[in-house]
Design a protein around this ligand. Structure first.
Ligand code: GAP
Length: 463
């Protein structure tokens, strides 16, 4: 990472902790690698990200319906999906200090890019070819073992009352979409949808990621927002292109700058896939996958038909044609969206008075707190009373925060650092003229607005 990018990353991590966006998990016990908790403002931002996705995918598309399937599923599902046999990353161990690392990451650090679909011997050859360049991130020596594939599924002992590990293990789901495929028939039989239609889901997924790095970019417990479109095989590529365009536009609407986005096409596709493109975002550590958009053919319904013994084909009532629908998938992590939105919003500004401020310029619809309400002085009951009344009214519609601590300048800085679009101050004039001072986060301009007009002002400006 370049110096500036490293500094930016450190600033994001520090601000996230200081201002209650993201905490390292189990911190008082020394932390727990690649697991993070969302703090009071982080959970608001994550909820707003999920609401924006749900609106764009479910609410605005009459042929897409929602689902919330369980994290635990029948273990056969993970055999059918190919995860038990093929969901793995190449792992090597430093022979000097026994540090274990993902080989594709070690290679990437020295400018050699391994495709994620590479076989074990191919990646080993790359490791051997670059053995003098590849250094252990812990001890700095160049002495790695051969790469071995390491399965990413997280096992659990759910329902295993004997403690016998020869019993078939259960898994915490490795991706949410399997819950969608196995409910394909249920959704079809219980709603008014017909092919082409989509099922969307937001939920936790778990992966035994080998290397914990890049903050919330790669977590072991993370949240996915996935949509699977079931389509006639003849229309699959057309639908696929359509979704590529829609998902690109979605990120622009979410406030990410186009120059910070780019397409990456997967060249070595798994045998069943027809196409796979990623939308990458320019994170502080470079362009990396934000979302994957995949044309998966009829692999998923085909495998689940085969392994469950249940016919998952679709009968078109109009044409009488029976076929196995193809799947077009869009898949993105809540956490990666969070990190992209946070990176995009982070701004350091030099002020006219020579001071500096850090401000998170979130799109207003994503901001954790929409309005902060301040009585000018905390020891003046009449100001506090009026400010509380305003809080009571506005908090019916928006996430508001009441703050009477410290001077107004300090309160502004605090709200800037959590990205609150508007701060309202109740002062002595408010008691006479029934108005408050409204300060805009981005321009820092202040204007007087009558209390009775605040609701309308916010409806107009928080869109
Ligand atoms: N169903 C397809 C699927 O799961 P993926 O490329 O493995 O495909 C899709 O994951 C998305 O899930 C990624 O683009 C990323 O946004 C998110 N994701 C995957 N692994 C993650 C991890 N360890 N931590 C955070 N997000 C992750």
């Amino acid at each position: 990472m370049e110096k500036d990018s490293e500094k930016l990353m450190q600033n994001l991590v520090a601000l996230s902790k200081r201002r209650g966006l993201i905490f390292p998990s189990s911190e008082i016990y020394g932390g727990f690698a690649a697991v993070y908790d969302y703090g009071s403002y982080g959970v608001e931002l994550a909820n707003n990200i999920k609401a924006a996705w749900w609106k764009a995918m479910v609410q605005k598309n009459e042929n897409i319906v929602g689902l919330d399937s369980s994290i635990f599923m029948h273990p056969k599902i993970w055999e059918a999906s190919g995860h038990v046999s093929g969901f793995s990353d190449p792992l090597a161990e430093c022979k000097e200090c026994h540090f274990r690392a993902r080989v594709d990451h070690l290679l990437e650090d020295v400018g050699v890019f391994a495709d994620e679909k590479m076989a074990e011997d191919e990646i080993n050859k790359l490791l051997v070819d670059n053995k003098d360049k590849v250094k252990c991130p812990k001890c700095g020596k160049s002495n790695f073992s051969e790469a071995r594939n390491f399965n990413l599924l997280v096992q659990s002992n759910l329902g295993n009352f004997t403690g016998d590990w020869n019993e078939e293990p259960t898994y915490l789901r490795g991706e949410t979409c399997q819950g969608i495929y196995v409910n394909f028939k249920n959704v079809l039989d219980s709603t008014r949808v017909k092919v082409p239609f989509g099922i969307a889901q937001i939920g936790k997924a778990f992966r035994n990621e080998i290397t914990a790095r890049q903050f919330i970019f790669r977590k072991r417990e993370f949240e996915q927002m996935e949509m699977q479109m079931f389509v006639h095989p003849d229309t699959a590529m057309e639908v696929y292109e359509d979704w590529r365009a829609k998902r690109w536009q979605y990120y622009l609407d979410l406030g990410l700058k186009e120059e910070n986005l780019k397409w990456h096409q997967h060249e070595n596709l798994v045998f069943y896939a027809k196409a796979a493109w990623d939308i990458e975002y320019k994170f502080p550590f470079g362009f990396k996958e934000l979302e994957g958009i995949h044309a998966r053919g009829d692999y998923d319904l085909g495998q689940h038909s085969k392994f469950s013994g249940k016919d998952l084909s679709y009968l078109d009532q109009k044409t009488n044609e029976r076929y196995l629908p193809n799947v077009v998938e869009t898949s993105v992590g809540v956490d990666r969206t969070f990190l992209a939105v946070l990176t995009e919003a982070y701004t350091e500004e030099k002020l006219e008075d020579g001071n500096e401020r850090v401000v998170l310029k979130f799109p207003k619809k994503l901001a954790p707190i929409k309005v902060a309400i301040f009585p000018l002085l905390k020891n003046k009951p009449e100001l506090v009373k009026k400010a509380r009344e305003i809080f009571e009214n506005l908090s019916d519609s928006w996430m508001c925060e009441f703050d009477d601590n410290g001077n107004i300048g300090k309160r502004y800085r605090r709200q800037d650092e959590i990205g609150t679009p508007y701060c309202l101050t109740v002062d002595f004039d408010s008691l006479e003229d029934e108005s408050v001072t409204v300060r805009d986060r981005d321009t820092m301009k202040q204007e007087r607005i009558e209390i009775k007009n605040l609701e309308g002002f916010l409806v107009e400006n928080l869109k």
